[in-house]
Design a protein around this ligand. Structure first.
Ligand SMILES: [Zn+2]
Length: 421
């Protein structure tokens, strides 16, 4: 069996297929990992039999691939799974969410977040962007074995301006600041949050063009959302409204660039997409959440036709039934049948890693972090393999192989750790 001190951290990983990225798939390959870093990738038959004490993990006939990247979630809302009626419309959903949250204890929310985290790791996600408005999940995420961002989400007016410094955390999870949305956060505050993220070279995440309420408020400076803000004592008279669209509003504010992650982008028209393309803004889509809350889907083909970088998030359990990115990919594959499976896989891996500024994640490449998963899908060609993965056409669960995953998923069976010759 594998050495228990390092788990999968050092050794040769062999599988029927190695998907370095969706365009580079090797049959019968291996990945050599030393201290959690990828050192070598090749075909098993070209490889001399291993010698000495190097552990060999023969995972089987399926595919070794990069761990998935969930570019937008809110673990803090995990306790509301199945408790909100998404059919009643977005405004009602927000109101009910706030009421439920006010009645919840911190320990209940934290316990649910921990269950959500276990689901994320056990279903093959290795990198996340957790958006936290209550500040309850930073320790949880930092101890998880995941990499990515923990973004403190700020909304309201300038009274809520956070410190202009971010803590220096060791490990693979880094802190950042996030704006909630154009219709909920003072524009001067959004600009300050963006500036802090720029200083630390962190992505600035913001919900954008998600709801009719947001669109109406930005377009008119009024509507139901204006009443909602007024009830909460938020004065928006200096917000520079109306504006043509939420995207145009953020462009004027100067916060759109390649380090801003636009989440949802559900109601964007051609002009909006042109702006996002020109500013090189990556987009994170959350289609299952969008379908549940807004009965609409983002125009992913139009984004890809513009060569925009699109990644995937699950959003929270308050608006989606699972935090499993394989479920999200299968939904996308069903709803967008013309999308090439390779594009969907890139959205769930390398594109997400790039959007979250995690340069050593999202691919199996020499020098990258060995943040890998084994998926027991066995297609006869790379194309069939990718179709099976995005359609979740495999019966056993995937197996996370990165450090820390074993503490979230229970003791893993360490593959077939043998000396082969
Ligand atoms: Zn969200």
């Amino acid at each position: 069996m594998a050495s228990t001190s390092t788990g999968y951290d050092t050794g040769l990983h062999r599988a029927g297929w190695i998907m370095q990225d969706p365009r580079t798939i090797i049959a019968n390959g291996y990945v050599r990992v030393v201290s959690g870093q990828i050192r070598e990738i090749g075909q098993w038959r070209q490889k001399a039999p291993p010698t000495g004490q190097e552990a060999v993990f023969d995972h089987g006939p399926g595919v070794l691939m990069p761990a998935l990247v969930n570019a937008h979630t809110h673990l803090e809302l995990s306790g509301f799974k199945g408790r909100l009626d998404c059919d009643q419309g977005f405004g009602s959903w927000v109101q009910t969410l706030l009421q439920l949250r006010a009645k919840s204890t911190v320990s209940d929310l934290a316990a649910a977040a921990e269950r959500g985290l276990q689901e994320i790791v056990s279903t093959g996600t290795g990198t996340v962007c957790e958006i936290s408005s209550l500040g309850l999940t930073d320790q949880l995420l930092r101890g998880s074995g995941l990499s990515g961002l923990w973004a403190r989400e700020i909304l309201g007016n300038l009274q809520n301006t956070p410190e202009a410094t971010l803590p220096n955390w060791p490990g693979h999870v880094k802190p950042a600041l996030a704006g909630h949305a154009p219709h909920s956060t003072d524009p001067a505050l959004l600009a300050e949050l963006k500036q802090v993220d720029e200083t630390y070279q962190r992505p600035f995440s913001i919900h954008l063009s998600e709801s009719d309420a947001e669109m109406e408020f930005i377009n008119s400076g009024g509507g139901a959302w204006a009443g909602f803000l007024t009830e909460r004592g938020i004065d928006f008279s200096n917000w520079g409204l109306p504006a043509r669209s939420p995207v145009a509003y953020l462009e004027k504010l100067g916060v759109l660039n390649e380090r801003t992650l636009a989440v949802h982008v559900l109601l964007a028209d051609d002009r909006d997409l042109d702006v996002l393309q020109r500013r090189r803004v990556p987009v994170c889509v959350c289609p299952r959440s969008n379908q549940a809350l807004h009965s609409r889907l983002p125009d992913i083909p139009a984004m890809l036709a513009r060569r925009m970088s699109v990644c995937i998030g699950t959003d929270s359990l308050a608006s989606t039934p699972s935090l499993d990115l394989f479920d999200e990919m299968a939904f996308i594959a069903r709803q967008y049948p013309s999308l090439d499976p390779a594009r969907i896989l890139a959205m769930a891996t390398a594109n997400g890693a790039a959007a979250l500024m995690q340069p050593a994640c999202g691919k199996i490449e020499r020098g990258f972090s060995a943040r890998m998963i084994y998926v027991p899908a066995t297609g006869s060609t790379p194309q069939k393999l990718m179709e099976m993965i995005v359609n979740r056409d495999f019966s056993q669960p995937c197996q996370p192989l990165f450090a820390g995953a074993e503490t979230q998923t229970g003791e893993q069976d360490a593959g077939q750790a043998t000396q082969t010759g």
